[in-house]
Design a protein around this ligand. Structure first.
Ligand code: ZN
Length: 389
């Protein structure tokens, strides 16, 4: 299985200029200005007029479905393969959410493996919103160490009425357990943090790093674009050496109530001088997005879309006045490096062949390759999920 992409403008995400990309099986073998191969067993993809960028890494998707906060009928459906591939997403990290009773870790692992078998890369977090954490083995360390798909824990909820109201001591213990599991298995052992809208914001995380030996980089707080005040708290967290993640799934009501669109939040952070390597976006795909009326009654439910990550990236790249390579980094190399996914988020020899070709003018997706397999061509699906019509 040899594929040669000819003449694309390569963003690794560092801009490399016009290059050919040679792929053998699931890996990138070579990137250079002119690669020619003899023989008939080569699939050639014309990359002219396109940028080539790494496949998007979506660090938070409720791959088995989420929600349920309005009763059983509000549990959202699971993610299907092409919801990711048609949006250029070639790596997802699955998580439970509020519900770790009817949603289970074995189901999450099975779904991650299913997505892998269908062609993309999929990992997951042990635990859920609540502490003490639900685990498979009885131990956070053992889950991360012994279960190949598990790369950390989360989303652990802070500053949220749906969380367990953890103390700094409890959270530090969770981070320490995850850290050791990560170190012993060569994984990130990251603690994904669901940040709610309560006024304590990221105070608990500062307390942990100020009173223990856990570094800020062990935590990965998300939903930081909830409002301007939280975004400013996120800036302070970056100054303390941390990373922050913006959520791209949204609706009109959230924006009216003060949520900052993810692209705008990233552009604001870059303008404050925060490095792109500390900034990421994720979709929160398949989460429920409740709509309430003026009296606070639930009147509708929408479902978060993995697609929103690509749409927010496109907005960031096209209308927010940031460097294209920075816009690409926040959805590729930055999340891959936060999560310590060594072969992800970059275009380089030896890396996984996860590649998105976008029209250089419109930045619309043309082709998507995941682990060397051509999943999307000319914006049409080549490989569907097992049960997709
Ligand atoms: Zn969350």
């Amino acid at each position: 299985m040899i594929t040669l992409i000819k003449g694309a403008d390569v963003y690794a995400p560092t801009p490399l200029g016009i290059n050919d990309i040679l792929i053998a099986h699931d890996k990138i073998v070579e990137i250079s200005p002119s690669i020619s191969l003899q023989g008939g067993a080569v699939t050639v993809v014309d990359g002219k007029g396109c940028i080539a960028m790494p496949g998007l890494v979506d660090s938070l998707v409720h791959i088995t479905g989420g929600g349920g906060e309005g009763g059983f009928h509000t549990r959202t459906p699971e993610m299907q393969l092409t919801e990711a591939t048609l949006a250029g997403v070639t790596t997802v990290v699955g998580a439970l959410g509020t519900d770790a009773t009817t949603r289970t870790l074995p189901d999450l692992i099975a779904k991650a493996r299913a997505l892998y078998e269908e062609g993309i890369s999929a990992y997951c977090y042990t635990g859920s919103y609540q502490l003490p954490a639900r685990t498979i083995t009885g131990s956070i360390t053992d889950d991360i160490l012994l279960i190949d798909t598990m790369i950390g824990i989360g989303e652990v909820a802070i500053a949220d009425h749906r969380g367990s109201q953890p103390t700094a001591r409890e959270l530090a213990k969770v981070a320490a357990d995850a850290r050791v599991g990560g170190m012993l298995s060569g994984k990130g052992g990251i603690v994904s943090i669901h940040t709610g809208d309560a006024s304590d914001q990221l105070t608990l995380l500062h307390e942990v790093i100020n009173t223990t030996n856990i570094p800020a980089s062990q935590f990965y707080p998300t939903h930081i674009n909830r409002n301007q005040s939280l975004l400013e708290a996120g800036q302070r967290w970056c100054e303390a050496g941390g990373f922050i993640d913006m959520t791209t799934s949204t609706n009109e009501q959230f924006i009216e109530e003060g949520e900052i669109p993810a692209a705008q939040a990233i552009a604001w952070c870059l303008a404050q001088g925060i490095d792109a390597s500390q900034l990421t976006m994720s979709s929160d795909g398949n989460a429920s997005l409740p709509v309430f009326d003026a009296e606070g009654q639930l009147i509708g439910l929408e479902v978060g879309k993995v697609r929103s990550l690509f749409d927010a990236w496109q907005t960031l790249a096209k209308t927010e006045g940031v460097f294209l390579h920075d816009a690409i980094a926040v959805v590729t190399s930055s999340p891959a490096s936060v999560l310590k996914l060594k072969n992800k988020g970059k275009l380089a020899a030896g890396c996984d062949a996860d590649i998105v070709l976008c029209d250089a003018q419109s930045l619309d997706i043309r082709d998507v390759i995941a682990r060397g397999k051509h999943m999307v061509s000319d914006n049409g699906v080549l490989i569907k999920g097992t049960f997709e019509a």
